[in-house]
Ligand binder design. Structure first.
Ligand code: NAP
Ligand code: BGC
Ligand code: ZN
Length: 356
């Protein structure tokens, strides 16, 4: 079968031939339909994040997949079921985090991430997975199910941010999403029901397709060249919740200044090392005197995938069509990895969905 991989000494994805995997006991064989591409894939390809499985000189890419069960083997699934795989796997047999159903809370060394670090991903015509890591998806989401994984990232981050505000009466009304990439835009759509007013910050000028998406969702675009993050409270209003999805490290600290008293910021970006100056005393004081919180959040658990399926099921078809700017077959897979201002979200299609 064909797979899409990046070699350790390469800087772009290539097609490789692999044997079709055999499901072990407890595993299903899944025929891959579509696999999404995100900022993390670009970081992995550039060599800034993740790594190949031990003993291999390449990594099969892809962690945002949807597929159809081809051989349920001895699992509870049936042939034809639509499934989305979770990302993390235990590296050397189960550990306490996986046993508790909280692989997303495991520290480095206690997990592999398929398609990112230590384990091959889902950009292949078939993959196998233990049933416990496969989430059922309704046929209505067959086309867009590759968005379940990134949506699960937001479900987790929001849950953790809300949990940090659970000790008092907190009724958030306003949210600021930093980043108009695929994760930022998906999050604007997902938060729509929860907040009265949503702002989304980028650094693009009009006309731009991401600004169109933000406005079609009823949110307000903030151009960081005109309104830097600390000025959002004066240019617009202080916000109860900040969701950082730029990977631009200063935003983590500037978010504190954009927050209203008692607000919380969730940090999602994964920047490289970068030393820069901040007024630490001011930020420390601001966190303390206004009961603000910052929460880092990575990956997601099974329940977050289930919540993501529910949340995506309630979004408009037209939003998906605007967000996903391209779905490409294996013969033109390179286009799925384009990184320009007309590309928002892309996926590679390995097979078309046929309802059985
Ligand atoms: P992406 O497509 O690269 O999006 C990042 C967006 O941030 C881009 O649209 C970029 O704008 C914008 N941006 C960057 N620096 C900016 C600045 N200084 N001011 C304003 N806008 C700025 O990546 P993504 O897939 O959406 O992911 C976003 C981040 O989340 C990445 O760092 C990724 O690694 C991380 N991530 C984390 C998790 C997790 O579990 N924590 C999961 C998924 C992704 P331009 O396009 O105009 O350059
Ligand atoms: C993936 C997560 C992963 C994170 C860090 C994200 O793009 O969606 O599943 O934990 O990158 O590698
Ligand atoms: Zn991702």
């Amino acid at each position: 079968m064909k797979a899409i991989a990046v070699y350790d000494d390469g800087d772009e994805p290539v097609i490789v031939e692999k044997p079709r995997p055999e499901p072990a006991p407890g595993e299903a064989l899944v025929r891959t339909l579509r696999v999404g591409v995100d900022g993390t894939d670009h970081e992995v390809i550039a060599g800034g994040h993740g790594g190949s499985p031990a003993g291999d000189d390449h990594l099969v890419l892809g962690h945002e997949a949807i597929g159809v069960v081809e051989d349920p083997n001895d699992t509870p699934f049936e042939a034809g079921d639509l499934v989305v795989p979770t990302v993390r796997r235990p590296p050397n047999g189960a550990n306490e985090y996986f046993a508790r159903g909280e692989p997303d809370m495991a520290p480095s060394g206690q997990y592999h991430e398929r398609g990112i670090v230590g384990d091959h991903g889902f950009m292949a015509e078939y993959f196998t997975s233990p049933a416990e890591f496969l989430v059922a998806v309704p046929p209505a989401l067959a086309e867009w199910g590759f968005l379940v994984e990134p949506a699960s990232i937001t479900e987790k981050a929001v849950e953790h941010a809300y949990a940090s505000r659970s000790a008092f009466h907190w009724e958030p009304e306003t949210a600021l999403v930093l980043g108009n990439g695929s994760l930022g835009l998906l999050t604007v759509a997902m938060l729509d029901d929860e907040f009265d007013r949503i702002y989304c910050l980028g650094r693009r000028e009009r006309p731009d397709p991401t600004i169109d998406v933000i406005e079609s969702l009823g949110a307000t675009y903030v151009d960081s060249n005109e309104t830097p993050v600390p000025e959002v409270p004066t240019a617009h209003e202080p916000v109860d919740f900040v969701y950082e999805a730029t990977g631009y490290a200063p935003h983590a600290f500037e978010a504190i200044e954009a927050l209203a008293p008692n607000g919380v910021g969730a940090l999602l970006g994964v920047p490289g090392d970068w030393a820069f100056e901040v007024d630490g005393g001011r930020l420390h004081r601001e966190l303390v005197l206004h009961n603000k919180a910052l929460v880092g959040s990575v990956n997601s658990g099974y329940e977050h995938f289930e919540a993501a399926v529910d949340r995506l099921s309630g979004l408009e078809e037209s939003f998906f069509a605007d967000l996903v700017t391209g779905v490409y077959g294996l013969d033109e897979f390179e286009a799925a990895f384009a990184d320009d201002d007309t590309t928002i979200k892309t996926a590679v299609e390995f097979a078309a969905y046929e309802e059985r």
